[in-house]
Design a protein around this ligand. Structure first.
Ligand code: F6P
Length: 374
């Protein structure tokens, strides 16, 4: 009998999601005659049984579209906000999976989605995930789709900021997304020739940054582009964070853990606006006028790049093959030019940050970019 497949997109949207849905759907239907049901707005849509049949017609013309035709949300099965409370709705999701007689549920998302999908796997569902996020921080895959498009957008922004910084003899601090990973800021910073790149993996010293800007000024370039990842931390902030992480790790019970997590969240929101503060401090320390550009959600919007369309199509079509073979409980990882099924338990809970000996860091330093530490 032909298999029935459910698909959802969860977490922050990412260019290439529609290409992935199309890839799964066209291969699943065209090659294997499977039926595809889309669930709207992530795990919430499965809980509320809000579906969209993904037939040939609905899959047509979506390859180049940004966002996701299914909609998305950050709702978690075990912590679903309902009427001002959060409730564990995992069983309702399991029930709807069974109601549709699904053979597999494909969850397309980033790190959080991998975790949530794993919870459903532990409830006995057949699960496959695909790695998407502009942050590129999902473990055990070469790359995630969405990253390339965001890299192009952020690099283009740096290119454009160069001429205005140069004309006004200013420092322009450009904040780049990436959550707690520096892939996007580092990649765009190197590709766009930023003078300073600050990433979460390398705690920065403001005095080191200001000295490097002053040195450029003395050498005849009284302007600088500072590419700062949204998660970048000063040495002091980084110590605070490590301390908190350790406390969370060693917490006695789930209540203490939840309390500490809330404190960590409060600490992070206190840091909101830190890019503005960073620019202000650099202005004070260097005497150069400074401005801030926060790229924000621009980095996630619009049409996916050809590389992201290719990657998403590659992962999506491979996903249909794995379903046909009955290979479940995996993330379809990008590996070289192909794909690899990685057991989900090897992916969850691991954030892929930039290794300190990564070639991108080495080459940034080699061309004289200040990484905030030396
Ligand atoms: O994970 C993708 C991402 O864009 C991060 O880079 C960023 O920290 C976060 O999502 C923003 O989330 P939201 O769209 O919910 O504001």
């Amino acid at each position: 009998m032909a298999k029935s497949i459910g698909v959802l997109t969860a977490g922050g949207d990412s260019p290439g999601l529609n290409a992935a849905i199309r890839g799964i759907g066209k291969a699943a239907d065209g090659i294997y005659g499977m039926q595809l049901i889309g669930f709207k707005d992530g795990f919430r849509g499965v809980m509320e049984n809000r579906i969209m049949m993904l037939d040939r017609q609905s899959l047509s013309g979506i390859l180049t579209r940004g966002g996701t035709i299914l909609g998305t949300s950050r709702d978690k099965p075990h912590k679903m906000p309902i009427g001002g409370k959060t409730m564990d709705m995992t069983d309702a999701i399991v029930e709807n999976y069974r109601r549709h007689h699904l053979d597999c549920l494909v969850c397309i998302g980033g790190g959080g989605t991998q975790k949530n999908a794993y919870r459903l796997l532990q409830k006995g569902l057949n699960i496959i995930t695909l790695p998407k996020t502009i942050d590129n921080d999902v473990a055990k895959t070469d790359v995630t789709f969405g990253f390339d498009t965001a890299l192009i957008i952020a690099t283009d922004a740096i290119d454009r900021l160069h001429s205005t910084a140069h004309s006004h003899h200013r420092i322009i601090v450009v904040e780049i997304m990436g959550h707690q990973a520096g892939w996007l800021a580092l990649g765009a910073g190197v590709a766009g020739g930023a003078d300073v790149i600050l990433i979460p993996e390398i705690p920065f010293d403001i005095n080191v940054v200001s000295r490097s800007i002053l040195r450029r000024s003395q050498l005849g370039s009284p302007f600088s582009i500072v590419a700062v990842a949204e998660g970048a931390l000063s040495g002091e902030q980084s110590k605070e964070q490590d301390l908190m992480d350790k406390k969370i790790e060693n917490a006695g019970g789930p209540e203490e853990k939840a309390q500490l997590k809330a404190e960590l969240k409060a600490l992070s929101s206190l840091r909101e606006g830190s890019t503005m503060r960073l620019a202000g401090m650099l202005e004070e320390l260097t005497g150069l006028e400074s401005r801030v550009t926060i790229l924000g959600h621009l980095q996630r919007g619009g049409i996916p790049s050809p590389a992201d369309r290719l990657l998403a199509t590659r992962l999506g079509t491979a996903c249909a093959d794995y379903i046909d073979k009955g290979i479940y409980g995996i993330m379809v990882a990008a590996r070289g030019d192909g794909t690899e099924p990685v057991p989900l338990e090897e992916v969850v809970g691991i954030k892929k940050t930039v290794p300190l000996d990564h070639e991108w860091i080495k080459c940034a330093r080699a061309v004289g970019t200040c990484m905030g530490d030396s």
